[in-house]
Design a protein around this ligand. Sequence first.
Ligand code: 8Y4
Length: 283
Amino acid sequence: MTASNKSSRLLCGSRELDLSCTRVMGILNVTPDSFSDGGRFAARDAALRHAEGMLQAGADIIDVGGESTRPGARAISPVEELERVAPVVEALVRELGALVSVDTSTPGVMREAARLGAGMINDVRALQREGALDAVADIGLPVCLMHMQGDPDTMQQAPTYGNVVQEVQGFLQARIDACAAVGIDRARIVLDPGFGFGKTLAHNLSLFKALPEMKSWGLPLLVGVSRKSMIGQALNRPVEQRLAGGLALAAQAVLAGVQLLRVHDVAETVDVVRMLSAVAGAE
Ligand code: 8Y4
């Protein structure tokens, strides 16, 4: 992988994201279990209020996702996914003026989200679904390509690698090449090793330790470890007690030069980023 992209600005449709320092991406799940108990409009409003809080806490971008990647989660149709995601994307853009990333692998959702003003596509399947490469090529938005071994239903059953860092790099390079073949420029690509997606604790820790090397791949990096089981396993903590572990990893990612942190706990993560920035700016 050649290190040619030194540009620190990501063109997100009509918006620009300055990646010269670490940016915080707030997670907004619009799966039925998240905000749906009062019906469709109540769900939309609850999601909006949550996003508003994350923006006030300093989130630079909101990642909206309507498909659960939990093992055993029911597969949803493109129509159902669009019905969940589209109203929220539209309201975030129009009512809150937010920079929105859409967590989707579905070409139709990518196209409609772009039309509604989304600024980025976040695809845990790295544009491997039929039509996804062409959709991103057409809409012209940046895309986050994430590594996953296997599929969400079975990925945690027996993840196996020779050298996990090399294999993740090889996969991402192949996806960059696939993007190039349809005209998606390198300047539009963000890379993500995909913590927790077909990885044991040991694999996740090795990947995390290798973040400084991944910087030499020459593209912006996104890291999502917020509340994940790698923290639970390392510290023996249930999901509601993983904040400190997540902030430790966030700090390490910032120091490794990671450009985007995908997190639930925006206010706390923004404090970590700002504190480290204050130290970095000292004489
Ligand atoms: C507790 C909290 C338990 C969170 C599990 C989880 C990533 C991602 C996800 C990521 C990118 C998740 C959509 C999984 N993780 N996108 N999406 N990178 N780019 N699980 O690491 O948060 S969903």
